[in-house]
Structures are given as C-alpha cells and as structure tokens.
Write a protein that binds this ligand. Structure first.
Ligand SMILES: NC(=O)c1ccc[n+]([C@@H]2O[C@H](COP(=O)([O-])OP(=O)(O)OC[C@H]3O[C@@H](n4cnc5c(N)ncnc54)[C@H](O)[C@@H]3O)[C@@H](O)[C@H]2O)c1
Length: 262
C-alpha cells in the first residue's frame, strides 16, 4: 500500500527544488498531483517528469503574489478534482537587501508570496479540502522565520508569520478534519536526483553552503531537497494523523544549540 494512494495533492512552487522533489515523491506514493508555479516551462517539465514515471500530474500556472491569480488557480484545481487531500504551500521568493534599502514593492511581494499566499491558497481550496474527510495542509517555513536572518529581512518576517498561522489554522480547521503543519527548513542546497534548487541562486555564487553555515550546523552539511520532501510526505500522509498545528525543524541541528556558545 502506497502512502498517498488515491489522494489528490496540490503543490506550490513545483517547478524546482523541494516542490519538484515533492511532486515526484507524492506521485510515487500514489497521489495525483497538481503542480502550481509561476514558471510555466519548468512547471510543465515537473508534471511531465511525473507522467514519464507513470504518475498523474497537471501543471497549473499561477503568480502567487496576485490574489486574483490564486482565485483562478483554486478554481482550476477544483475543476481538476473536487476533492483535495493535500495542499503543500511550498513556493517562496527571497531577496537579499540591507534593511534601509528594502523597497516597499519588494517587501510586499515577499510577504505576498511567502505569507499571504499560503493563507489564501488554503482558504480558497477549503471546499475541496473539507470534502476529503481528512486532509492535510503543509506550509514550508524557514529557520529564518524563528530568529531572523539579517540578510533576508522581508523573507524572515514573512516566514515568521507562518508559524502562528500554522497554530491558528490547526485550531480552526481541525473541526473539518484538516490538519495543518509547517516545516521550518535550514539550508537546502542539494538534490539526490539533480533537481535544481533556485532560491537565492544569485547569492550562492556556486557555494553550496557557506563556511559560516557549515560551522553552525552540527551535521556539517546542507540538506537535500528530497529530505524536505520526505518530511512533507510524512505530514501529508495518515502516518501523522495526530500531528496538528506543529512546526517541524529540518536543519541538521543548527537551531538546536544556543547561538554563540560553540
Ligand atoms: N533552499 C533553502 O535553503 C531553503 C531554506 C529554508 C526554507 N526553504 C523553503 O523551501 C521552499 C522551497 O524552496 P526551494 O529551496 O525549493 O527553492 P526554489 O526556488 O527551487 O523553489 C521555489 C519555487 O517557487 C516558485 N515561485 C516563486 N515565486 C512564485 C510566485 N510568485 N508564484 C508561484 N510560484 C512561485 C519558483 O518559481 C520556484 O519554482 C520555500 O518555501 C523556501 O522558503 C528553502
């Protein structure tokens, strides 16, 4: 028995990174997958990769910064399947800037994609999630949303909002049999399947993980996108049937130690 047999899953940010890894994994575990992304070329490629393995996938184009586009995307998803069992709110944008240099437009876009979109996607897909009689919403947060990364001000603030959002959604949606959880990831830089990871691509300058990050991480290595997809699969499946309103940290131990002590 596969872990998502007969289930329908919507995954945002499915064109690359964790979203592509999760699309492939969820489909291998029996789910039909709607791959949502702003990038039509790579999003279509993810759906095609799933189908090439014998899975069931469609690509739905959406700019998650636009509430009207989210409305359309939700309608498209519910036309695709009237029951949705899993929503993985995984898409994100991150732009580095010093505090004084952050423009309002840039701030608004990062808040829109990283915080408002998970709220709106969840709310707009609610009819189909309620119809599942046991659904799971998974947000993709970041360890930057717990303490704050000075180089990613707007991103940190928006990801920080996902944590209480997870708690309160877990409260409000439990009555509909919908569980809501969040993954707070640390540095995910690699893929076991050659999947591109694009977040902050221009800031990485070919460095898979900075020396500072490596020293701060007890496991002394970055995470694989497949490791995040594995956690998402657990939270999406019935194996986590009593896990609700929780935040799972996936960072190789980095935030488990008091900063500055070692
Ligand atoms: N990679 C890391 O180091 C890291 C660390 C912590 C958390 N995360 C989280 O993991 C999740 C996945 O990121 P990733 O590392 O796979 O990066 P990625 O850039 O490879 O994937 C993000 C996807 O989101 C899509 N996207 C961006 N803006 C969009 C928009 N407006 N509308 C629709 N889609 C949009 C991109 O096109 C891309 O396909 C994100 O939520 C990110 O915050 C990543």
């Amino acid at each position: 028995m596969k872990r998502l047999d007969g289930k329908n899953a919507v995954i945002t940010g499915a064109a690359s990174g964790v979203g592509r890894a999760a699309s492939l994994l969820f489909a291998r575990e029996g789910a039909a997958v709607a791959c949502v992304d702003i990038d039509a070329e790579m999003g279509e490629e993810t759906a095609a990769m799933v189908r090439a393995e014998g899975g069931d996938a469609v690509f739905i184009e959406c700019d998650l910064a636009e509430p009207a586009a989210i409305d359309r995307m939700a309608r498209d998803c519910m036309a695709w399947r009237d029951v949705i069992h899993v929503l993985f709110n995984n898409a994100a944008v991150a732009a580095r800037a010093e505090f004084e240099d952050i423009g309002l437009e840039d701030w608004n876009r990062q808040v829109a994609v990283n915080l408002t979109a998970p709220f709106l996607c969840s709310q707009k897909l609610l009819p189909a999630l309620k119809a599942a009689d046991g659904a799971a919403i998974v947000h993709h947060g970041s360890i930057d949303g717990v303490l704050g990364n000075p180089t990613l001000v707007a991103y940190s603030a928006a990801k920080g909002g996902l944590q209480p959002l997870t708690h309160v959604m877990g409260f409000w949606l439990a009555r509909h049999g919908i569980r809501v959880n969040c993954i707070n990831s640390g540095a995910l830089r690699e893929s076991k399947q050659g999947i591109p990871v694009r977040l902050n691509r221009d800031n990485r300058a070919g460095q898979p993980m900075s020396d500072v990050q490596r020293r701060a991480t007890p496991m002394a290595r970055p995470g694989f996108v497949e490791e995040a997809a594995d956690v998402a699969l657990y939270l999406a499946s019935d194996e986590s049937s009593y896990v609700n309103g929780s935040v799972v940290t996936l960072d190789g131990g980095r935030t488990g130690i008091t900063p500055g002590t070692f």
